[in-house]
Design a protein around this ligand. Structure first.
Ligand code: UD1
Ligand code: CA
Length: 455
């Protein structure tokens, strides 16, 4: 049977105290609702219906890359009313998986087990046992069979003792859902149209109601305030850290790593404390990452050492390189094998060949550097004239003396030597020495100035 999904995300999220809609707040740098959309996409459902209410423009621009049916719920009259707004997109003969929009950690495995539970019944609920179920809808069972959900505010003292609660995630057939929604009323403690009332309607029709439980309780925790946002962020990061360690990565401290994207790793990778990974990062075998580094959308090849406080973005790093401490590799940096980028060196759109070194205090931008090149301390590629960017090309085995300025566009051939302190404005051919600095004068018997008497 084909499957469609409804994500309920019209709630205002008042407790976030924010100008952006609750579901756009981020976990692992991705909006809460995007986590859910991507999880349900993996189920290969025919459509995703998003019920929204607040911040339409912000939501639509943030989620423009997804194919969604946008269902406006102008007034938040309850979860049942919210689902009604999606019904025009839903066929009678498909199964409808309903999810809450504020529980980002729900997994495809858990949803698959709920879908499985629905196979032998008319409706299946994802339930969980909570030590403190205050505020939640309680699952009412008779002789083990689910017969109703009673909301906390409507529950008796006795019912409030029940610890099995409704996560808000459920699945049923489209035609049943349409029929039951038609019979909802808002005569309850909150004057809302409760989606949860469909359970007793199903039971009254003699239908069987199945249930499933999440693999991990955090999967069904919702976010209502920033405390819960931070709690789930940590829970997710701990889980990612656990996964990495089980894959064979050594983490100096599993509580001090943040993965905000996709991190893939080889064997015997070592990651020190406070490293942040963003976007897609691949780290090959025997790589070590020092403390306090940020790595974003980059590839680090085998045997490379990234030392403390380095920052690498949109870069491709070869094998057995040594980077940092305190290096900044900006977008478009490509390093060959055995290259070295040392402290306070910034690179941008720079290809640096095998065994080349830029060890101290340099800026190398819009440059192609050959193999076995040594760039002395303080060398700058002057790539910008205030209007245009120009290219610096450096051949193999070049030695650039310290504190040189290579004024682009400029080309240095192979085995060129540049005298320290040069300002290089003209191309230099293979094997030439270029010195572009004022000549030193020595003045004999120089008398130093003496301090004047104050009168
Ligand atoms: C609901 C359930 C409760 C369950 C709890 C789990 C009902 C009546 N109650 O409680 O049994 O234990 O979720 O968290 O369903 N929403 C809308 N439009 C609305 C109301 C809500 O889109 O008019 C959305 C919210 O944005 C949220 C979700 O539905 O994503 C759940 O709403 P919320 O108010 O958090 O749940 P409760 O009513 O407290
Ligand atoms: Ca509510």
């Amino acid at each position: 049977m084909s499957l469609t999904t409804v994500i309920l995300a019209a709630g205002k999220g008042t407790r976030m105290k924010s100008s952006i809609p609750k579901v756009l707040h981020k976990i692992a740098n991705k909006p809460i609702v995007e986590h859910i959309i991507e999880t349900v996409q993996a189920l290969e459902c025919s459509s995703i219906n998003l019920v929204y209410g607040h911040g339409a423009e912000q939501l639509q621009s943030a989620l423009s890359e997804y194919s969604l049916n946008w269902c406006l719920q102008e007034e938040q009259l309850g979860t049942g009313h919210a689902v009604m707004q999606a019904m025009s997109f839903i066929d009678d003969n498909e199964d409808v998986l309903i999810l809450v929009g504020d529980a980002p950690l729900i997994s495809t495995d858990t949803l698959r087990s709920l879908i499985q539970a629905k196979k032998n019944c008319a409706l299946a609920l994802l339930t969980v046992n909570m030590d403190d179920p205050t505020g939640m809808g309680r699952i009412i069972r008779e002789k083990g069979n689910i017969t109703a959900i009673v909301e906390h505010k409507d529950a008796t003292e006795q019912q409030r003792k029940i610890t099995e609660i409704n996560t808000g995630i459920m699945i049923m057939n489209g035609a049943d859902l349409r029929r039951w929604l038609g019979d909802l009323s808002n005569e309850n403690a909150q004057n809302e149209y409760y989606l949860t009332d469909v359970i007793s309607m199903a039971a009254a029709e003699g239908k069987t109601i199945g249930s499933a439980q999440p693999f991990w309780n955090k999967e069904v925790e919702g976010i209502n305030n920033r405390l819960q946002l931070a709690t789930l962020e940590r829970a997710l990061q701990e889980k990612i850290a656990e996964g990495l360690m089980l894959e064979g990565v050594t983490l100096a401290d599993p509580k001090r790593i943040d993965v905000r994207g996709e991190l893939s790793v080889g064997t015997d990778v070592h990651i020190d404390v406070n490293v942040v990974f963003e976007g897609e990062v691949h780290i090959s075998d025997d790589v070590s990452i020092g403390p306090n580094c940020v790595l974003k959308n980059c590839n680090i090849s085998a045997g490379t050492k990234v030392q403390a406080f380095s920052h690498i973005e949109n870069a491709n790093i070869g094998e057995s390189c040594i980077i940092g401490p305190y290096a900044r590799l900006r977008p478009g940096t490509v390093l060959g094998n055995n290259a070295k980028i040392g402290n306070f060196v910034e690179t941008k759109k720079a290809r640096i060949g095998n065994e080349s070194k830029v060890n101290h205090l340099s800026y190398i931008g819009d440059a192609v550097v050959g193999e076995k090149v040594n760039i002395g301390a303080g060398t700058i590629t002057c790539n910008y004239d205030g209007v245009n960017k120009s290219q610096t090309t450096i051949g193999d085995s070049v030695f650039v003396g310290s504190n040189s300025a290579l004024v682009a566009p400029v080309k240095l051939g192979n085995s060129v030597t540049i005298g320290a302190g040069s300002v290089v404005t003209k191309n230099v051919d293979d094997n030439e020495l270029a010195i572009g600095r004022s000549k030193q004068r020595n003045i004999a018997n120089w008398e130093r100035p003496v301090k004047r008497n104050k009168d």
